[in-house]
Structure formats: structure tokens, C-alpha cells
Design a protein around this ligand. Structure first.
Ligand code: FDA
Length: 299
């Protein structure tokens, strides 16, 4: 119930504008978001790459005008130009709704595809990769279609699949020969398309992992769940795979896994449009709300 309420709040334009323009919140947000500028995120990425890999997300989503989509694509290209030898240890993660996928009219998908193509070309030029994040279930077909188009020229483009969706086992079968990040899913989805019980999502995650680990692609195991990580390590023995976690979540475990020889990639978001991302992180763990309230009260 609380999670559903928070996830509804994460889509509220009014709350977004209020929160993003309230400087008081920024220090609290900093646990999950590394800063607002390219220089800040690259400095943190450089530090992390001493023992782990990184994927950088220039925050932004659900853009409703073309100029914003263009600005987001430009920000990615500038970021990639700044990688300066960090590729392929540092790649980027991209949300298609930040690139215009949902623009009113009929050509939102084409706008997003064009921008994503130019980001892929910039990534290729500096020897790194791009992973396309997955948003709510209404965008899954469109997003996988765009990934398919991008892979014609750039077969290394990564897709994200959400174990919470009932369709995902079938999608894993289709995509098991490629780079696939498997996560539980951060959106509030209806029972008609998604498992609503955590246990069912976990069981689905394991079934999907088995499919990806039996394929020829690169499974990217995006979870902080210690049980699922143990299962992935067991299934992945002797083959390449990555464990991926979010910046600010279980950092000690990230370093311990890297020290144990695992390929660990940290998802590193930056930028001024942090609201939706931040509220999804609060919704994932009720204890984060207490942390949030405490941080505000003690300021
Ligand atoms: P679960 O929520 O069960 O958490 C397991 C444990 O991890 C918790 O008990 C807690 O200790 C810790 N934990 C998890 N989340 C935490 C948080 N926010 N704060 C503090 N502790 C936390 N989703 C999506 O829909 N589309 C996408 O493209 C992506 N991309 C993505 C990339 C990467 C690298 C990761 C790690 C995750 C995503 N996600 C995502 C988010 C994902 O779907 C999911 O919502 C979160 O990872 C939380 O689920 P867990 O698998 O960690 O399990």
C-alpha cells in the first residue's frame, strides 16, 4: 500500500517541481545521487573503478518536449566525450522516456531512437557500451523494439528485463544471447501483467536467471538481494556475468563481492532531475523513509 502510494507520488509533476526546487532536500538525496555535474560524476566513477565497474545514468525521464529530449541526448554525448580512457569500465544507462519516447504525436519512438543512436555512436567512439533501462510495462514493447533497432549497428547494446512482469521469462528466452540486465522491477504494475507478491517475483527472478545463464550473452544480475546473488554466483560458475547494484545501496557488500573476484558494476545516477529516481529508491525500502525523515529533522 505504502509502496503503491509512493510510486504514484514518483509520477507527480507537481511534487517533482516542488522537490527539485527545494535545496534543503539535496543533501538527503545525495545518498543515492552523486551530484549534478559531469565533473562530479566522473570523479566518483574514477574512484569506484579502482575495484568495480560503473554505469552512469544522466537523470531525467518522462520528457514532454523535444528540446528537453535533445538536451538530455546532448548531455549523454558530452559525458561520453569526457570518459577519457575510462571506457569500457564505465558505460552509460539511458531511459528512452528521457529521449522523447512518450512525446505527444506519433513520432516519439523515432525521436528517441534517433537520439539513442547518436548516443550509441558516441559510446562506440570511446570504446564503451550503452544499456537501455526499462520503465513501466506500457513501454516494454516499444523499448525492446528500439533496442532491437539499435542492435543492428551496435549488437552490444544492453536491454533491461524486469522479473516482476509475467512476460519476462519469454523475453529472456528471446534475448539470452545478448547483454541483458535482469532486475525485479521498480514500478507499480497491475496483477494482469505482473506478480504482486515479493515471493513470486523472486521465484520468477530465479527462473529468468537460469535462462540467461544458459545462454551465450552477458547476464547482468541487478539486485541487492543476497539470496539471489548467491544463486547467480552458483549458476554463473565458469562463465562471464556481472553483478550490478545501485550507488548508495549495500556498498560494503559491493566491495566484498569485488574483492572475492566478482565483476561488480555500480549504477551511478547524477543530475538535477532526481525526483522520480529518488522516490523509487525510498519506495523500495520502508526504512529509507525513516532515514529520510531523520536526515531532514536533524538538519
Ligand atoms: P529487494 O527490493 O528485495 O532488496 C533486497 C535488499 O537490498 C533489501 O532488503 C535491502 O537490504 C537492499 N535494498 C534494496 N533496495 C534498496 C534501497 N532502495 N535502499 C536501501 N536498501 C535497499 N528497475 C527497473 O524497473 N528498471 C531498470 O532499468 C532498473 N535498473 C536497475 C539497475 C540496477 C543496477 C539495479 C541494481 C536496479 C535496477 N532497477 C531497475 C531497480 C530494481 O528493479 C529494484 O527495484 C531494486 O533493485 C530493488 O530490488 P532488489 O533486487 O535489490 O531486491
Amino acid at each position: 500500500m505504502l509502496r503503491s502510494l509512493m510510486l504514484a507520488a514518483s509520477r507527480s509533476g507537481r511534487l517533482r517541481t516542488f522537490a527539485e526546487n527545494t535545496p534543503l532536500l539535496r543533501p538527503v538525496v545525495d545518498r543515492f545521487v552523486v551530484g549534478t555535474t559531469t565533473d562530479q560524476v566522473l570523479a566518483v566513477a574514477r574512484e569506484i573503478t579502482t575495484d568495480r565497474l560503473v554505469t552512469i545514468d544522466h537523470l531525467g525521464e518522462d520528457v514532454t518536449d523535444r528540446s528537453r529530449a535533445e538536451a538530455n541526448a546532448d548531455a549523454y554525448r558530452a559525458l561520453l566525450r569526457g570518459l577519457d580512457g575510462l571506457g569500457p569500465r564505465v558505460e552509460v544507462s539511458v531511459k528512452l522516456s528521457a529521449l522523447g519516447q512518450a512525446l505527444a504525436g506519433t513520432d516519439g519512438e523515432k525521436v528517441a531512437l534517433d537520439h539513442a543512436r547518436r548516443i550509441c555512436e558516441a559510446a562506440h567512439a570511446v570504446g564503451t557500451t550503452v544499456t537501455v533501462d526499462m520503465e513501466d510495462h506500457t513501454t516494454t514493447d516499444s523499448t525492446l523494439g528500439i533496442v532491437r533497432d539499435l542492435r543492428v549497428d551496435h549488437p552490444w547494446v544492453g536491454a533491461v528485463l524486469q522479473a516482476g512482469l509475467r512476460r519476462t521469462e519469454a523475453d529472456c528466452r528471446d534475448l539470452a544471447g545478448s547483454r541483458v540486465r535482469l532486475c525485479k522491477g521498480a514500478y507499480d504494475e497491475p496483477a494482469s501483467v505482473a506478480f504482486r507478491e515479493r515471493h513470486d517475483v523472486d521465484l520468477s527472478y530465479v527462473r529468468c536467471l537460469k535462462i540467461l545463464m544458459a545462454g551465450d550473452g552477458l547476464p547482468m544480475v541487478a539486485t541487492h538481494d543476497p539470496v539471489l546473488i548467491d544463486i547467480a554466483r552458483h549458476l554463473g560458475r565458469g562463465r562471464p556475468y556481472e553483478i550490478q547494484m545501485l550507488h548508495g545501496v549495500r556498498p560494503h557488500e559491493q566491495r566484498d563481492l569485488a574483492a572475492a573476484g566478482e565483476s561488480v558494476r555500480v549504477y551511478l545516477p547524477y543530475g538535477t532531475e532526481w525526483y522520480g529516481y529518488f522516490v523509487r529508491r525510498l519506495a523500495e525500502r520502508p526504512a529509507n523513509l525513516a532515514f529520510f525523515a531523520r536526515s531532514l529533522l536533524t538538519r
